[in-house]
Design a protein around this ligand. Sequence first.
Ligand code: NAP
Length: 323
Amino acid sequence: MSARNNLRCVLDLLMERLIIIGSGCAGLTAAIYAARANLSPLVLEGRHPGGQLSTTTLVENYPGFPEGIDGPQLILNMHKQAEKFGARFSYAEATDFDASNRHIRIKSDDEWLETEAVIIASGASARYLGLENEEKLIGHGLTSCATCDGAFYKNVPVCVVGGGDSAAEESLFLTRFASKVYLIHRRDTMRASKIMQARVFANKKIEPVWNTVVTEYIPDENGEMRAVRLRNVKTSEEQELAVACVFVAIGHDPNTKAYRGKLEMDGDGYLIMKNLVESRHPGVFVAGDVADRVYKQAVTAAGSGCAAAMDAEKYLSAVESSK
Ligand code: NAP
């Protein structure tokens, strides 16, 4: 065998066939399907393994669990299932990306990995209001995760900002701890599902504050949240509301920073797709909330993870048979 062929064999050995970026519902479902197709995928779990389900409570709408299932347990089950079929996991995060050659290069912490195909399932991150002192107050009475931080606020008033299912879910969860939960929404109707709205309205501890936005966070002398300034968008009336914590639940932005300038994306950071799970770049597949503006459900994320793995498998077969 020539030196050149030897080198090629070594490079082929170092080359991954499929890397999956993200370990939420989409990434793990892709890992289950890809592992069962003998692709031995490498899953880069990222800094927040398990994605959004790992910080939620009871999931009541994932088919197959009539009594509901805890989000973290559902994720753990998917992880075990993927591992059982041969998926490999690394806690590393994808921080940079190079798709300028046929082989895709992914910077994972300090090293560059090379792969034939990738499934980007890096999910989405909670959006904040963009008010003054926001960065400083996160963790000091400002958060986007009631399941993570709710228990710190026992017998004190708190508020939730938003009018979707997340805001409803967080408000209901917080009633276990807080003395009062103000639900601050910029309109006078919620976009949350009817069943969640009914639960919110039936709960005496939750007080909706309609047509209202938060205009300022007011910290105490120790830098902890003490109150918020509110403005009624209809009357322009302002008021100060004493709360020990603000839970922001106003949606999410796709985690696509690592791909900026490398893959085509729109102004909101969503990757531009060729079809359901295929980006415009050969070998780059996308699944879950990172590409979903509309549905954002655990089950749709899982479905797109499955589709991405199946399409990636077809792509790899075609590439490998053309060698
Ligand atoms: P969402 O449905 O996009 O709702 C975001 C809410 O925040 C909206 O009410 C929106 O107001 C408000 N908002 C957005 N930007 C704002 C701003 N700058 N200032 C003040 N308010 C702002 O997001 P989500 O609640 O996170 O839900 C996302 C998806 O996950 C949805 O499909 C939801 O069904 C799903 N989800 C489901 C469950 C469940 O089934 N249990 C739980 C959580 C999430 P407007 O209404 O005025 O636009």
